[in-house]
Write a new protein. Structure first.
Length: 283
């Protein structure tokens, strides 16, 4: 098997353009599992862990955006620098696998696999993140909702590298919660990220593992954003319960080896209501 190890972004996209059927290898925590189990035939690999441009992060203070390179590992996202700006992403990162997985597994790899159970994805959806892609033809960015198009399916073209994400920095509470069969080393049975934008007076929510893609609950978001008392930052108990039910109604869960559809729907009802109450502790 041919393995290339580019040391710059230009070299990486040039290699990918010359061989678009090559497989991109970041931390390898998804890819090597697939390769070792024989689920993926790999002819050639482009290993991107030595591309410095992909391993940076930074803040655009004018646009109030955070940039995170696709090669940034979870262990970095959990540090105060990023965690203080997008706490929900740090929370999601803390729930991924084990310390070893978090040390090498990357945001770009979570996006590359694009499983509905990927822990960072409900956060990227709820925060309206943009995914950046590069090829020899140039760069483009798409909203997360345009990037993830199905179960493990994305709008990335074969000759494109995911270079990173930009995430709006919001004022307001945000959090990520996941339900699984145990507390650690677990793939989500259901997950939820709720984010409040107090400046825009809106509540957003992204649900994971309850549909083929991450589900934004547009109707429930609009409804609850109109019910919150934004001057007191409070919401009634009845509205908290109703919000949970509306989010559950938006879910499109299935029965599979991890859970039943009914359990998943109930789980996101509870997660959504609980997160809303945490966001607005005053009833
Ligand atoms: C024991 C274990 C526990 C795990 N637990 C969790 C968990 O709790 N939650 C969770 O969400 N995931 C979990 N995972 C899955 C995995 O760790 C994550 O999805 C991780 O983010 C993958 O990142 P990576 O850098 O290792 O990607 P890789 O395995 O290197 O790549 C994954 C896919 O993305 C593509 N890719 C990677 N980077 C790019 C890029 N820059 N451009 C284009 N394509 C790219 C690859 O070609 C490949 O198809 C677990 C995996 C293991 C083995």
């Amino acid at each position: 098997m041919a393995v290339s190890v580019p040391t710059s972004l230009a070299e990486a996209v040039s290699l990918l353009s010359g061989a678009p059927d090559s497989v991109v290898l970041a931390g390898g925590t998804d890819l090597m599992v697939e390769a070792n189990s024989g689920h993926r035939q790999i002819a050639s690999v482009i290993a991107i862990d030595r591309v410095p441009e992909l391993r940076t992060w930074g803040v655009d203070v004018v646009r109030r955006n955070l940039w995170i390179g696709s090669g940034v590992p979870y262990s970095t996202v959990m540090q105060p620098g990023i965690a203080s700006l997008v706490p929900a992403l740090a929370q999601a990162s803390r729930t991924v696998g084990s310390p070893q997985i978090r040390h090498v597994g990357t945001i770009g790899g979570n996006l590359g696999t694009c499983s509905p159970a990927g822990d960072t994805l409900p956060v990227l959806a709820a925060l309206d993140a943009r995914v950046h892609l590069a090829s020899v033809s140039g760069e483009r960015s798409v909203g997360f909702d345009e990037f993830m198009v199905g179960v493990k399916r994305t709008s990335r073209r074969p000759d494109e590298l995911i270079t990173g994400v930009t995430i709006p920095i919001l004022n307001g509470w945000q959090g990520y919660s996941k339900v699984g069969v145990r507390n650690a080393m677990v793939i989500a049975t259901a997950s939820s990220c709720l984010a409040v934008d107090t400046d825009g007076r809106s509540v957003r929510i992204g649900l994971g593992s309850v549909g083929p893609v991450i589900i934004r609950c547009g109707e429930a978001e609009q409804w609850i954003s109109g019910r919150v008392d934004w001057s007191e930052l409070s919401v009634s108990n009845a509205d908290v319960d109703e919000f949970g039910l509306r989010c559950g109604a938006a879910a499109r869960p299935i029965d599979d080896h991890r859970s039943t559809a009914a359990y998943r729907r109930r789980a996101v009802e509870v997660l959504a209501a609980r997160q809303l109450r945490r966001a607005f502790p005053n009833g």
